[in-house]
Design a protein around this ligand. Sequence first.
Ligand SMILES: [Zn+2]
Length: 303
Amino acid sequence: MNFTGLENYILIWVIITGLCLGSFYNVVIFRSLSDESIIYPPSKCPKCGNRLKPWHNIPILSYIFLRGKCAFCKEKISIQYPLVEFLTGLLFGGIFIKFGMSWTTLFGIFWISCLIIMTATDLKEKVVDCNIAIAMGISGLIFSFINSGWIGAKDSLFGALIGIIIIEAVALIGKLFKKGRAMGEADTYVAGAFGAIAGWHDIGLILIYSFIASMLFILPAFWYERYKAKDSLTIFFSALFVFSISLFILFNGVYWTIILLIIAGLLLSYTVIKSMKAEDKKTCLPFVPALSLGFLYFLMFVL
Ligand SMILES: [Zn+2]
C-alpha cells in the first residue's frame, strides 16, 4: 500500500497508541487475575510495593533501561510487560497498514485488544473473562450493521450461532475421550464473537486455522510427554505420520501416498485416543491463543 505523508504520520501515532494501550492492557491482565480494581491503586511493584514513577512506565523503553528489574528492589519484571506492549504496537500498526483509515481499522484495533488480554490471561492462568468475548461479539454485530460493504446483520448473527455450534460439537466429541470438558467455556464465546464478525461464510475457515494453530501448542507438548512416558509406539506413529505428509507433498498427492497417509493417520489416532483415555487429567490446554492466531491470520492475510 502506498502511504501519503499524512498516513505515515498517522501510522506512527497508531503504533505509539498501541504501545501505550499495551502498557494499560498489562495492568488489566495483571489485575484481572488478582481481582483488583483497574484504575486504583496506581501501578506499583508487586514485590516491594513502591509506586512507580512516570518514567518507569514508558512502554518497552523503561524495561530496557531498567534492564528488566524494579528500580527500587531489583526484583525481576515479567517479560509479559514489554512483550504485550510490543505485540499491541505491532498489531495496531499492521492493521492500519492493511486497512488504512476505515471502520475495519477502528474495530480491528478493538478486536486485537480483546484477543491480547484474553490470550494472556488464558496462557498465564487459564482464566478468560467471557464478558470480553461477548463485547467482541456485540462489536461484530455493530460493525456488520454500520459497514455497508460488510456481511450484514443477518449473516453476523447466523455466523455467531455457527461458531458456537462448532465449538460445542467439538467439546461434545472431546467428552467421549476425556473426562470433563475438552474445551473451555470461553472458547465457545470467542468462536461466537468471530462468527459475529466474519459471518457464517468464513467462521468455519477461521476455526480451521485455529485448530491448525492449536497443533503448534499441542503437538510439541504431547510428544514430549509421550517421550517421557517412554511410549515409543506413539512416537513411531507420529514420525510415520510426518513422513507420510512429506511424501504426500513431495509426490503431489499420488494415490499410494494418500493410502500411506490414511494408514499412518489411523495408527496415530488409535494410539493418541488410547493414551488420552488412560489419562485422568481434567485440565485442557489453553485454546484462546490458538483461536486468536487463527483469527489474526484471517484478518491480516485472507480478508
Ligand atoms: Zn520493587
